[in-house]
Design a protein around this ligand. Structure first.
Ligand SMILES: [Zn+2]
Length: 279
């Protein structure tokens, strides 16, 4: 589950479960901690779903009441799967389900949402381009470049390329390493123009590659400023008009609600000064 918050409006992106690991005996499902959201559920405008896998929709029947029954938007297959779950939990009559097709633009509060098709192992999967008052946010989760997918619908690369020209602010996705990299106009020339900076936080649910493997990759690439897979975590981005501050946060133990969280590193990108600087 991702939270996109702007002003007094919140959009939730996916609402899945994590499956218990070997030592979590007697635990059937691991749900996201929604303490923060429960305290401000009147701000939640909608839940947007990318696809029907359990790690993207599985928490809906368990959390929908806590979240204040916001409308749930998804493609027809995804909404069909959610309908079955809500029926089973006797919540269907209280839920608002909204179907959309990839390519069909819609608005939620002050967000404009453009869903676009991506190939995945389940049909009817989308990514979202979300225009917020602060800028364009792209949310992609499970997807691949597959030119011959079983459902005959490859990832909409034409639309993704067009999004690249619209100066996106955030590209969210599933990554397994804390990673900061300046993107150069010529990848092989560190002295070439910096066109953007990429900040990645690790996935909370999945373990990273071994650190030795990450170190080997980082040594080969002078544009990478940080590559750390030792702990799971996330990135906090503070966006101001003329600067962006990124804090890469590490979680000590993802299975404990009272876990310690610390800042692994901080970087800043300032207007007129391309590239990330350590803060
Ligand atoms: Zn999936």
């Amino acid at each position: 589950m991702w939270v996109l918050e702007c002003g007094d409006e919140i959009l939730l992106l996916d609402c899945g479960v994590m499956f218990p690991e070997a030592e979590m005996l007697g635990v059937d499902l691991v749900l996201p901690d929604v303490t923060y959201l429960r305290e401000q559920k009147e701000k939640i405008k909608a839940i947007l779903l990318t696809h029907g896998h359990e790690d993207h929709i599985g928490a809906i029947p368990h959390l929908l009441a806590d979240l204040g029954f916001p409308p749930i938007h998804g493609t027809p297959l995804t909404i069909g799967m959610v309908t079955g779950k809500l029926k089973e939990h006797r919540l269907l009559d209280r839920a608002t389900l909204v179907r959309f097709q990839a390519g069909q633009k819609f608005t939620v509060g002050s967000f404009t949402v453009e869903p676009f098709h991506v190939a995945h192992s389940i049909p009817d999967t989308v990514g979202f381009a979300i225009t917020t008052p602060a800028g364009l946010v792209i949310y992609l989760t499970d997807w691949k470049f597959d030119h011959t997918p079983v459902d005959g619908q490859p990832t909409d690369t034409t639309f993704i390329a067009e999004l690249g020209r619209r100066n996106p602010l955030v590209l969210g996705g599933d990554v397994h390493t804390h990673y900061v990299c300046d993107l150069k106009s010529d990848w092989s020339d560190p002295a070439s123009k910096t066109v953007a900076t990429e900040f990645c936080g690790t996935s909370i649910t999945s373990q990273s590659l071994p650190q030795a493997q990450i170190d080997a990759g980082v040594r080969e690439n002078p544009n990478v400023l940080l590559g750390d897979g030792t702990k799971r975590g996330y990135v906090v981005l503070d966006l101001e008009r003329d600067r962006c501050t990124a804090r890469l946060r590490s979680v000590d133990d993802v299975k404990r609600a009272d876990t310690g969280v610390s800042t692994r590193a901080s970087f800043v990108v300032e207007d007129g000064r391309p590239g990330a600087q350590r803060a």
